[in-house]
Design a protein around this ligand. Structure first.
Ligand SMILES: *[C@@H]1O[C@H](CO)[C@@H](O)[C@H](O)[C@H]1NC(C)=O
Ligand SMILES: *[C@@H]1O[C@H](CO)[C@@H](O)[C@H](O)[C@H]1NC(C)=O
Length: 206
């Protein structure tokens, strides 16, 4: 389509005011010419719609680049709540709702070693040697570790040496400050600061 149009123009050398009965273009060529213009208009309109969508996302989702209090890593954003502490039970019932869910996020779940190393590095910055809750639990079935939010078995787990050892007594998991923030099972009533995690919103609307 485009090729015929270009050739027609080159042959005739008349770029402006092409008419249906113009000697330069026969009917078929003229149809292609008009179709080409139409396609260009549609392309322009699509481009402008794309820009609009990007603007709307930026306006309605100001956290799309994580936001001020969030730390960005890979495709996710992390909020380190070190002032408020939660027990696992509270996390399940209300703290998540109040803090993480309000921020459109979840209690931390960990997907791979790279992510875990990032978390450990971040916790080291607080220099408090606190224990930090993560969302892993085997409360429903001993030894069956699941993420609280998805309730699916965890594919990535990284216990400290000799952990877990609490069996049915310790059904929750924390990063232990005095052990290089390695994972220990702990009692679910332990009070710990916690981390919210949310996915970044993609601005790629291609
Ligand atoms: C118009 O010209 C093209 C060549 O540029 C030709 O292939 C086509 O058959 C012509 N169509 C008509 C209706 O004459
Ligand atoms: C990090 O990003 C890559 C590529 O986008 C993705 O495949 C991987 O699952 C991500 N890892 C985490 C922990 O989000």
């Amino acid at each position: 389509m485009k090729i015929i149009f270009v050739r027609a123009l080159i042959v005739c050398g008349c770029v402006t005011s092409v008419k249906a009965n113009d000697v330069c273009l026969n009917e078929t060529e003229y149809d292609f010419y008009m179709l080409g213009n139409l396609v260009k208009d549609v392309e322009k309109r699509i481009q402008s719609l794309r820009e609009n969508v990007k603007e709307v996302i930026k306006t309605r989702c100001p956290d799309s680049s994580c936001g001020d209090e969030w730390v960005s890593f890979n495709n996710s954003c992390y909020f380190f709540e070190n002032i408020k502490s939660a027990t696992f039970e509270e996390a399940r019932a209300s703290i998540i709702t109040q803090y993480c869910k309000q921020k459109a996020a979840n209690l931390l779940y960990v997907e791979d070693d790279t992510e875990n190393s990032f978390i450990v590095k971040m916790l080291g910055r607080f220099k408090s040697n606190n224990n930090w809750l993560n969302g892993l639990t085997d409360q429903s079935t001993e030894g069956n570790w699941k993420w609280i939010d998805t309730n699916v078995p965890a594919r990535f787990i990284k216990w400290a040496p000799n952990e877990p050892q609490g069996r049915t007594r310790e059904n929750c998991v924390a990063y232990i400050g005095t052990n290089y923030y390695r994972w220990h099972d702990i009692t679910c009533s332990s009070k710990c600061p916690f981390i919210c995690k949310k996915r970044k919103i993609s601005l790629n609307v291609e």
